[in-house]
Design a protein around this ligand. Structure first.
Ligand SMILES: [Zn+2]
Ligand SMILES: [Zn+2]
Length: 254
């Protein structure tokens, strides 16, 4: 996709009025762009960065998971952290493994500013019965926050966009101010699990205690890697009196 084309897609209101399909057809002809996952030409560019066949075949988890959402070893019914009762998450779910088209679309959302991907990913998540159940019986969706400096640089928080799109489709409240990132941690990629835990241990604080105390909170993030970030968030939420914390991520590194 050309730079001009990408800019057009992201600018709300420009060429965006009128029947969606007609606008899509015009865009597809005037600014033909290819699916970043498979290279096919996009027929509905306004529906997000991937082509329709790629949206329809996002990788999904195939194996059973622990109630906290983490994968289980064969023959076990709880993950080690749940067995030791040291799991801050009462429940958890994610759509699929962080690979293939799911990895591509999350990169497009986060690093190419393709915000429309958040709506399609929310739709895909809510197709999963486990995700619908997890959200339906909760009180509030809380995204993992970015540090204010990083938020200014990127212009948006991808986790907040995802939480908002899920909330919009389920009638739930979302509260992006509930947690605050106090420390602009160095990027987690490339760090060992122990280094990641140290990196984020004190990075988060509950900013609005009243919004989480006594409530069932769904913590929303784009990708679950080692879990260091979401565990740090969940501990703060529990300390602030959240009745229960559940984890919802689009993808999980497997
Ligand atoms: Zn494709
Ligand atoms: Zn578990």
């Amino acid at each position: 996709m050309t730079r001009t084309n990408a800019a057009l897609m992201n600018r709300p209101g420009h060429l965006m009025s009128g029947p969606g399909h007609l606008v899509d057809s015009v865009l597809a002809v005037v600014f033909p762009s290819a699916c970043p996952a498979c290279g096919r030409l996009l027929t509905r560019p306004r529906r997000g960065p991937l082509c329709e066949p790629c949206w329809a075949s996002l990788p999904r988890h195939r194996h059973v998971a622990c109630r906290c959402g983490l994968p289980l070893r064969a023959g076990t019914s709880a993950c080690p952290r749940c067995r030791r009762a040291r799991q801050p998450f009462a429940a958890g779910a994610s759509l699929g493994p962080y690979e293939g088209s799911l990895r591509v679309v999350l990169h497009q959302l986060k690093y190419a500013g393709r915000r429309r991907a958040a709506a399609r990913l929310a739709e895909a998540l809510l197709e999963e019965p486990a995700v619908r159940a997890l959200v339906a019986t909760s009180d509030v969706l809380v995204p993992v926050p970015l540090h204010p400096r990083r938020l200014r640089e990127r212009g948006f928080n991808q986790s907040a966009l995802l939480a908002r799109e899920i909330a919009r489709r389920t009638g739930k409240a979302t509260c992006p101010q509930a947690l605050r990132r106090r420390v602009d941690t160095v990027p987690q990629a490339g760090l060992s699990a122990a280094a990641r835990r140290r990196n984020v241990r004190d990075a988060f604080a509950v900013h609005r205690r009243a919004l989480v105390a006594g409530r069932t909170v769904v913590l929303v993030d784009d990708v679950l890697t080692t879990g260091a970030t979401v565990l740090a968030c969940a501990r703060r939420l529990r300390e602030a009196g959240a009745r229960e914390v559940r984890l919802l991520t689009v993808a999980r590194v497997v």
